[in-house]
Ligand binder design. Structure first.
Ligand SMILES: [Zn+2]
Length: 250
C-alpha cells in the first residue's frame, strides 16, 4: 500500500514520517490515521475543535514524534544549522511538546470532568467569576493571545452549579487551542449554557494579541475586548450594567 503523503512532506527533505505499527494502519502517518477516523464520522477538525474522541490512549506521544520531525524540517527550511547551533538542537521536539501537550492541548484531551451541585440557595443571585487568566494563540499566525476572562452567571432553580475552580479549568480547555477571540468567547458561553442551564450567562474577554505586537502593526497597546450576553443578560439591561460595573477590568 503506498504511503499517503502529507503536505508538510514536500518541505521535509530529511524528515521521515513516523510510522504506526498497527495492523490496519501500518505505514500510515499517525496524523493521517486520526484524520481518517474523524472524516469517517464526518466530524469537523478546525484549529479550535476538540478531537479527543478520535485519539486512542498512547497516541499523543506518537503525535509529538510526528510534529517534532516536521518541525525539524521547518527549521531546516529556515536554513538554521540545528546540528551545530546548540540552542536549536532540540527545538523541534520542544516546540512539538509545547503544541501538543501544552498550548494546543485543549484540542487533544477530553473536557475536564465537572462535579455539579444542585442550586439550593443561590436562586436568582448574580455570580461573577474572574478574572480568569487566558493563554491562547491565534489560528492565523499561531501567535500568543494573553488575556483575562470574566464570567457572569444568573442561575435558575433548575441550574446545576459547578465548583468555582471548574470555570478556570473549562476556560483553559477551550482556550488551549489555536483560534480567534470572537469564536472562543462564543464557544465558552455555549458550553456554560449547556452545562449550567442558567437564566443568563455573560462572558467578557480582554486580551493582548501578539500578532499585533510582535509582528504586523507592532502596536503594543492594542487590545481586543469581546463580550457575549445570553438570556437574562441580553434582555435585562440593569443586570447587564450590574455585571459590567462589578467586573474590574483595570
Ligand atoms: Zn494572528
Amino acid at each position: 500500500m503506498p504511503i499517503k503523503k502529507t503536505p508538510a512532506k514536500k518541505v521535509a527533505s530529511k524528515a521521515v514520517t513516523k510510522k504506526v505499527n498497527s495492523k490496519e494502519d501500518s505505514g500510515t502517518p499517525l496524523s493521517v490515521v486520526i484524520r481518517r477516523r474523524i472524516e469517517a464520522q464526518k466530524a469537523r477538525f478546525h484549529a479550535n475543535d476538540n478531537i479527543s474522541a478520535f485519539i486512542k490512549p498512547g497516541e499523543l506521544e506518537g503525535l509529538v514524534d510526528e510534529v517534532a520531525e516536521k518541525m525539524q524540517a521547518v527549521l531546516e527550511s529556515l536554513v538554521i544549522d540545528t546540528e551545530n547551533d546548540h540552542n536549536t538542537q532540540n527545538t523541534s521536539r520542544r516546540v512539538a511538546k509545547m503544541y501538543v501537550q501544552e498550548v494546543f492541548n485543549g484540542r487533544y484531551v477530553d473536557q475536564p470532568t465537572l462535579t455539579k451541585f444542585p442550586n439550593v440557595s443561590r436562586l436568582n443571585e448574580l455570580m461573577i467569576i474572574g478574572p480568569i487568566t487566558v493563554r491562547s494563540a491565534c489560528s492565523h499566525h499561531l501567535c500568543p493571545i494573553m488575556g483575562r476572562i470574566w464570567i457572569g452567571v444568573l442561575p435558575s432553580k433548575e441550574s446545576a452549579l459547578i465548583g468555582l475552580s471548574k470555570y478556570s479549568r473549562l476556560t483553559e480547555w477551550v482556550m488551549c487551542r489555536p483560534q480567534i477571540q470572537e469564536e472562543a468567547v462564543v464557544e465558552l458561553a455555549d458550553m456554560l449554557e449547556k452545562k449550567i442551564k442558567p437564566i443568563g450567562v455573560a462572558v467578557v474577554m480582554d486580551a493582548d494579541h501578539f500578532c499585533m505586537q510582535w509582528r504586523g502593526v507592532k502596536d503594543r497597546d492594542s487590545k481586543m475586548i469581546n463580550s457575549v450576553m445570553r438570556g437574562a443578560f441580553l434582555k435585562d439591561s440593569n443586570l447587564r450594567r450590574e455585571f459590567l460595573a462589578l467586573i474590574d477590568r483595570k
